[in-house]
Design a protein around this ligand. Structure first.
Ligand SMILES: Cc1ncc(COP(=O)(O)O)c(C=O)c1O
Length: 387
């Protein structure tokens, strides 16, 4: 069989993830230190694990409603009102298999072949391939370091055309750690208000901001009706393996996303949904404790990177640093390959997050201080070797 011929054009065109490649090599290298993975090193808070275990003990092992447990959807709305100042109802809420599924559903619910999807880059790796698979046309907009890797109204206005269906709006940003402050959001909202462009606001790192609280684009006047908010439990509650996220947005859109979700996965994992109710009710203190620890690591990492000659933008959110490796004269891919082979440290080339990421590498600080310290020593050694 000629499988290459049989594969759909959309699947063939999908950009493969540039992150995995390095981890596959790193996993086989004895003594390798990885700073690559974008997942919390903390265990899920015990109260949440306990709630999951109890749900199993009680025999809650059945499908839930397609859109998710009514109790959980109510709790998500309470949480969003309490912590983000947003006003959603359960009927505007869909529980998904991670934020990842919510992103996929939003794109599939909205994008027709030929529709344009504005994607600020560098960004998380899934937006471009999912758009391509749907037949949409990714329109990258470069986020510049001199703008704090924020999206500017000018750059957005220049990218909008009559074919624009969707704007992906991922802040706090992976891989840059950029955040959009209230004063940055207003001009963006102003560009969007007179259009039919829908915003997919990926706010999965909303609880991980260091210089002030997160402001959601949907909280600005006129924005809720044109925004699908995506978030989840992976980063906030260290629950990556539980595979649980959600989307909130206009009823009609959430309804269509629920229809796709029903056919594709039926419902999100039941045990995870019961555990998530407890996370939302009882874990504010855990969020604060994890954030404080990330902040400590962030400060250490940024200061050490700057000190060793890798100029590092100060990330204000998420758990990544995105230093420039331009002083080395290497491409980001060369830097990562040589660092891996010479010092057995795995970081991710900036180019994995779109062409705009070239000249940088992504270093995750979701690792212990001692792990980071050893990796930084090795990176410094590597830089000395290059000189
Ligand atoms: C920006 C961003 N959005 C969404 C996700 C998806 O997370 P999950 O599917 O675990 O909720 C990630 C994971 O790394 C991410 O970095």
């Amino acid at each position: 069989m000629d499988y290459a011929k049989l594969i759909s054009a959309g699947a063939r065109e999908m950009r493969p993830s540039g992150i995995r490649k390095f981890f596959d090599i790193a996993a086989q290298l004895e003594g390798c230190i990885s700073l690559g993975v974008g997942e919390p090193d903390f265990k899920t808070p015990w109260t949440v694990r306990d709630a999951g275990i109890r749900s199993l003990e009680k025999g809650r092992t059945f499908y839930t409603a397609n859109a998710g447990l009514a109790e959980l959807r109510r709790e998500i709305c309470v949480y969003l009102s309490r912590r983000m100042g947003l006003s959603y109802e359960p009927a505007e809420t869909l529980v998904t298999v991670g934020g990842s599924e919510a992103i996929d559903l939003a794109v599939r619910a909205l994008v027709n072949p030929g529709d344009e999807v504005i994607i600020p880059e560098p960004c998380f790796v899934c937006y471009d391939p999912i758009t391509t698979l749907t037949g949409g046309v990714p329109v990258p907009v470069v986020l510049r370091e001199e703008d704090g890797f924020r999206l500017t109204a000018q750059a957005l206005a220049a990218a909008v055309t009559p074919k624009t269906k969707l704007l992906i709006f991922p802040f706090p940003g992976n891989p840059t750690g950029a955040v959009m402050r209230r004063e940055d959001l207003e001009p963006i909202a102003e560009v969007l208000r007179g259009t039919d462009v829908i915003v997919l606001a990926d706010e999965i790192y909303a609880e991980l901001t260091y210089g002030g609280g997160h402001v959601s684009l949907a909280s600005l006047p006129g924005m809720k009706e044109r925004t699908v908010l995506v978030s989840g439990f992976s980063k906030t509650y260290a629950m990556t393996g539980w595979r649980l996220g959600y989307a909130c947005g206009p009823r009609e859109l959430i309804g269509v996303m629920t229809k796709i979700h029903q056919s594709a996965v039926m419902c999100a994992p039941t045990t995870s949904q019961y555990a998530a109710v407890t996370a939302l009710r009882r874990c504010d203190a855990d969020i604060e404790a994890m954030r404080a620890e990330y902040d400590l690591r962030r400060r250490m990492l940024v200061s050490r990177l700057n000190g060793m000659g890798l100029p590092c933008f100060e990330p204000q959110g998420a758990f990544y640093a995105f230093p420039s490796i331009r002083p080395t004269g290497l491409s980001s891919e060369e830097f990562c390959e040589r660092l891996l082979h010479s010092q057995k440290v795995a970081v991710v080339p900036g180019s994995a997050f779109g062409a705009a990421g070239e000249g940088h590498v992504r270093i995750s600080y979701s690792y212990s201080i001692s792990h980071l310290d050893e990796a930084l020593r090795r990176i410094e050694h590597f830089l000395q070797e290059l000189r």
